[in-house]
Structure formats: structure tokens, C-alpha cells
Design a protein. Sequence first.
Lengths: 146, 146, 146, 146
Amino acid sequence: MSKNLTGLELARACAEKMLEDDDAAKFLDMSVDVIEPGVAEVRMSVTPHMVNGYGVCHGGYIFLLADSAFAYACNGYDDMSVAAGASIDYIAPARLGEELIAVAREAHRGRRMGVYEIEVRGPDGHLVALFRGRSAHIGRQILDPK
Amino acid sequence: MSKNLTGLELARACAEKMLEDDDAAKFLDMSVDVIEPGVAEVRMSVTPHMVNGYGVCHGGYIFLLADSAFAYACNGYDDMSVAAGASIDYIAPARLGEELIAVAREAHRGRRMGVYEIEVRGPDGHLVALFRGRSAHIGRQILDPK
Amino acid sequence: MSKNLTGLELARACAEKMLEDDDAAKFLDMSVDVIEPGVAEVRMSVTPHMVNGYGVCHGGYIFLLADSAFAYACNGYDDMSVAAGASIDYIAPARLGEELIAVAREAHRGRRMGVYEIEVRGPDGHLVALFRGRSAHIGRQILDPK
Amino acid sequence: MSKNLTGLELARACAEKMLEDDDAAKFLDMSVDVIEPGVAEVRMSVTPHMVNGYGVCHGGYIFLLADSAFAYACNGYDDMSVAAGASIDYIAPARLGEELIAVAREAHRGRRMGVYEIEVRGPDGHLVALFRGRSAHIGRQILDPK
């Protein structure tokens, strides 16, 4: 069935299917937008439970945001991918109330693995973190997994 | 006041203070045990909302667990430290219902930064993930922050 | 004196100055081309002493090539920068006789540090490795270091 | 034939075989000592061609040293392994004339990949760099490769 979809339609269908089960995205109230195969954008606002006593967002939540953009970007081909590894560099603090946006792009997609670069930016576009993820393809479909 | 505490007492006092505000630890029902300065152990069970449709834990939650052990290990000197960067390699999947344990140890502690190695293991001791975190000291106290 | 130079002229003057002392570049017969501030391109051919018994280039030399592109890209502002850390993912093997090209671009440049992304490609443009480097500014000039 | 060797004898036999072709080790005058399976120690002195104008060793050479310890540590089972990725954090500068020592230990060895931690230290034991390498097993033997 997926053969009749364009690349963009397929990527969006995979994202919709993933979103159904994505409790992290729901809990953190993330907004997911898959733009094209290999490219995804996820938004999240920094809420009180994400910050320390100084109003600064914990790095773990910034990682979760970038990790979500990574997951949606690498799973747009109906070829299920899992994270094999990731690294993050924190550039600037994110603060209570700010909306963060993570944009993922594909740096490489091979037969068995891929590498994705994710930028997390603050409301005025300043860089908050740089994330790089390695994906591994596990040989299952997303739309019709058996 | 902190001058009268042993290193171990100081580390535990810092951990108690941090725990008060640690919503991630509370939300994920983490159990934190600071063993000594530079060493911390955090436990977390894999719950239904952390897994995908195949019962496999999302990497982001394993990162959060390791990141917490990292935070408690690097903040036991009453010298506030934040994450400057981190990397994780996923070794084996974690499954629904398993209790994971993250053990952090100090690989380096300098004047302005530190490096910590965290191992995440499953219930039978097998390795689930390896995490490395870089901390930056920001020049504030934890017990008496002003 | 450097105030009369354009950004591009300054970046090229810094690269020329650095090249004078760059024994690694000379030994490995690298060809360095700084294209603009924050962007550099370095070429190197895989020679017999870089390969193992199967004609495959050791990862360490690919790292050296990417590291050189990183160094020239982050030092084009007459503000001396050193490597604070780096990571590399090897994507495809490089073979004896192939000319490799490393292209560095700036992902972030702040007051005290920067992050650079380097792609290493083979003769037909296929990706050989992805490198990310963190630079630290040490507060010295390059053209007139005192 | 390798079946009659102890683990230690096998690791040393693999290291001897690897050393024959190791031009990087020869060129940089490294001294390799495999201590046991999964553990290796490599020494290298900082020579004039490795330093910049301030007598500080280029990071690329410190990487090469750590990378060599990594290679000898992960190849001691007569099961050929190549680097899949690596990261390095530079902790303190190494200076002209200093002897550096890199000690590699196995953090994980699975069926198809491994993770190794390498510490690079200066003459008085202070930490110079921390390196982590991921190895991939390629299904070839070292002692009798066919």
C-alpha cells in the first residue's frame, strides 16, 4: 500500500502512526511536524517541572526534545529505526516559558544506519543545543509491522 | 557550615537538597543513592509509558536515568555543576517492567569542569547503555545558594 | 593591521600563518584551502603507510584530516582556538590511492567556544566520515601573537 | 593453532602481528604493550613536529595515541575489529618532550561491537585526555586472515 504514496506522504503517514504511541511527546506536550523525508521539526515549551530553582531547563528535557526530532526524521521511510547512540552539546540555557524548536536533518542514510544532526533553538532563533544521533535499521515496517 | 561535614556527609546533603526540586526524578519514580563524592547510583523501572509498541524502552528515558546519576555524582561538593555535553551508546534494549540501575563515577574533576562515566545495567547486571557527561562548574553553592 | 583586512582576507592570512608550522599537514601532504571565515576544505590522498594489510585507511588518519579542516575553519578570525573535544563516526572505508576531502563548516561560534561539523568524502563524493569538533578560544592572536 | 594459546598469549600474538604493519606506531615511535585481553598500554613522546609554536601538542596526535591503544585492546581475540566511531575530550595540554601513556580498557564486548575507554596521562600521571571508541567486528581473523 505504501507504494502508492509519495515520499512526503509516506513520511507523514509514518509520523502519524508513531505519534499514536508517543507518550513522551504527549507528556511533554510536544508538537511534531514532519516536513519531508529525513527532516522533522518538534516544538516544546519549557514548563515549571522542567526547570531547576533558577528557572533553567534541565539538559535531559532538551535531549528528549532533540531525540524526538531525531526519531521522526529517521523513521519517515517505513523502515523502523532505533537510536544506536547520540551526543549533545549544550550551547546556551533555555528558560522557563520559552518555546524551543528542534530541527532534524539527515546527514547520512545508509543501508543499515543513519546519522542525523539536530539543532535546538530558542524563541529568537539563538542556538540552545546541538545533537547528533546514530540510527540503526531493524528490518521492520512502521505502517504495517508484523 | 559545610566545613564541619565529611566529604560523604556533604555529598549526601547536596543530594537531598537537589532531590527537593527534582521533578524528573519524581515523575519517573527514580530512586537516588549517593554513595560517596563523585559516585551516585540511580534506579528506575521501565513503565508502560516509556516503551514503544514492542515493549522496548525509548532511548530518551535511558538517557534521563543516566543523566540523573551524572547530576548527583558531579554535584556532591557543594559547587554547582551543570551539564555541558553528553554522549550515550545504547548497548542492549531495556524492556517493560525491568528495573534499571545507573552508576556514575568521576573520571576527572578539574577546577572548571569534570567528566563522568555512567553505566546503565539491567536487572541481571547486563549492560544497557554507556553514557559520558561533561560538567561545567558555575560558581554557585548548592546548600546555601545566593 | 588586521583591521584593514576583509573577513576573507583575514581568514586566509591566519591560514597561511598556521600552515608555516603545520607539520602534520606537511607530513601527510595535505592541501589546505580556506574558503571563507568558518569554512575550510582540506584534501589528502591515502598513501601506503596509512593503510592496513587490506588496503583500508586507518581511522586515525581520517581523524587527522578532519581535525585539520576543523582547525583551519575555527582559526580564521585571528582569535586563537584549540580543540576542546571531538567525535567521529566512520561511515565507509577509504582505500589506498583515493583522494579524500574534508569540508568544515561552523555550526556555532560563541564568545568562548565554537562547534564545527566536518564531512569527509571520497573521490566520487560518497561520505567517508562525519566529525564534530568543539573549539575553545584561548585569548591570543594568530597573526601577531605576543 | 590459536586454540592452544591462553587468552594472554593470544592477545600478545595478535598485537605482534598488528605491529608488523603499523606504520603510525612506527612513525610516531610508539611503544605498545598489551597487558591482557581487552587491555593495552601505548606510550609516545611529544616531539617537535607534534607541537605548535607554543610547545603544545596538537590534539590529533593525542587522538592517534589513544586510537592505537584502542586498536590493540579490541583486537586481542583474533577477531578483527575496526573503529566505528570515537570521541575525545581534551583535559590538559601535553607539552614538548613529555612522555604520554594511553591505557585502554574494555567497557563492553558484544558479539558484533565493543566499547573501549582510554585514558591518556602525562609523565606525572595527570590526565591529558579521555577517549571512548566503538569497535565493529568484521568477521576476519588476525593471525591467519584469509
